[in-house]
Design a protein around this ligand. Structure first.
Ligand SMILES: Cc1cc2ncn([C@H]3O[C@H](COP(=O)(O)O)[C@@H](O)[C@H]3O)c2cc1C
Ligand SMILES: O=C(O)c1cccnc1
Length: 365
């Protein structure tokens, strides 16, 4: 890890501020005066308030939307934790580049640009990097098998986090209004469950699901594998970098870095499902105020996701039985985030619209 990288990570973590309480109150007051029965646009009003507070304006504009899909491989796949073989990770990267994946289809609907990043795929993707079709922040060719020791070194964990921050830093330079996170990496629900169990103390069996669709027997094995990884490595829950290094993944670290970068640069970030939320948990553990900038795109079908959302204190926008990752649930939710921005931009107050107020005398709620 370059010294500059570690300093950047520290500076970003220390530089993350809570969203402006003054703007929150200003936005709430304004939204309470819109010509609608008070609160009747429900969660859209909470979102509008959050956007206004993040961007410190009553007219938040959402022009450039980007989903960053982070790819990485996992040594733990040799323990039989996924229904699919490891070569699917690079194959799907090629599919993203060809525009043939679910994330491409849904990002198109959202009007979002898809940026694919090699964080640590166990294959040579230099051809795609040279053709400028993907970015490379490759830490290594896959993590190590975490049942036998740490998935990565502490330096590699810091490198992954810093990569996510640097990507946001570059995007911000050319204008970024709304970010979404995504993942691709065969086996990555295993480290995601491990990160959740390590940080929350919840039992592994309660936070481990079927990922790509493993059998009952394979699920039992996956639980034992995660328990063993935690026993062997003993990640320190008070030290999120230690948790990432011992039982995480390169793309999970990259996603945590994206979220930290978004919080630092005051860009709202839509968090996708189970893997992205593992990144979000790490970001929260590193910088608790980063949660102010997060929007939970959806609730994944992967069982443990509910606990992640609870730990983050976030209410998901959608619940569509998705369990894919790639950023799909996050880009779908981008349309709703834009709708919330449009509400605060366009809907008039009672006064400006010349509409009579509630006559019941009580609160409008
Ligand atoms: C074709 C294909 C496309 C995917 N796109 C996302 N995932 C998702 O499934 C994987 C995690 O599940 P597990 O831990 O069970 O391997 C990750 O790659 C995740 O991004 C995919 C998986 C497959 C097979
Ligand atoms: O929620 C997700 O992101 C998810 C769930 C299962 C498999 N892959 C991703």
């Amino acid at each position: 890890m370059r010294r500059g990288g570690r300093m950047k990570l520290k500076a970003v973590i220390e530089g993350i501020e809570p969203v402006s309480q003054e703007w929150r109150l200003k936005a709430r007051d304004y939204l309470n005066n819109l010509a609608i029965p008070q609160g009747s646009l429900g969660q859209l009003l909470d979102l509008a308030e959050q956007l206004a507070a993040i961007k410190q304006t009553l007219k938040p504009s959402i022009q450039r939307k980007v989903v960053v899909t982070m790819a990485g491989d996992h040594g733990v796949v040799e323990e039989g934790v996924s229904a699919f073989p490891q070569e699917v990770t690079p194959q799907m990267v090629f599919n993203f580049v060809a525009g043939g994946a679910a994330i491409n289809a849904l990002a198109e609907v959202a009007g979002a640009q898809v940026i694919v990043v090699d964080m640590g795929v166990a294959a040579d993707l230099s051809e795609l990097v040279e053709e400028r079709k993907i970015l490379s922040y490759k830490v290594d060719y896959g993590t190590r098998n975490m049942t036998r020791g740490p998935a990565m070194t502490r330096e590699q964990a810091e490198q992954a986090l810093t990569a996510g921050i640097e990507i946001v830093e570059k995007l911000v330079q050319t204008g970024l209004d709304l970010l979404a996170t995504g993942d691709m990496g065969i086996g990555n629900t295993t480290p995601s469950s491990a990160v959740l169990a390590a940080l929350s103390g919840l039992p592994v069996k309660d936070v481990t699901g079927r990922g790509t669709g493993i059998s009952d027997e394979a699920l039992e094995n996956k639980i034992r594998v995660i328990e063993r990884a935690l026993e062997v490595n003993k990640p320190d829950p008070r030290d999120p970098v230690d948790v990432l290094a011992k039982v995480g993944g390169f793309e999970i670290g990259g996603i945590a870095g994206l979220i930290l970068g978004a919080a630092y640069y005051k860009v709202p970030v839509v968090v996708d499902g189970f893997i992205s939320s593992a990144g979000a948990l790490l970001a929260k553990a590193l910088a608790p105020d980063s949660v102010d900038y997060m929007i939970a795109g959806h609730r994944s079908m992967e069982y443990g996701h509910r606990f992640m959302l609870e730990e983050l204190g976030l209410k998901p926008l959608l619940d569509l039985n998705l369990r894919l990752g790639e950023g799909t649930g996050a880009v779908l939710a981008m349309n709703i985030v834009e709708a919330a921005a449009q509400v605060i931009n366009q809907v008039l107050t009672f006064e400006d619209a010349g509409v009579s107020r509630n006559i019941s005398g009580g609160s409008d709620a």
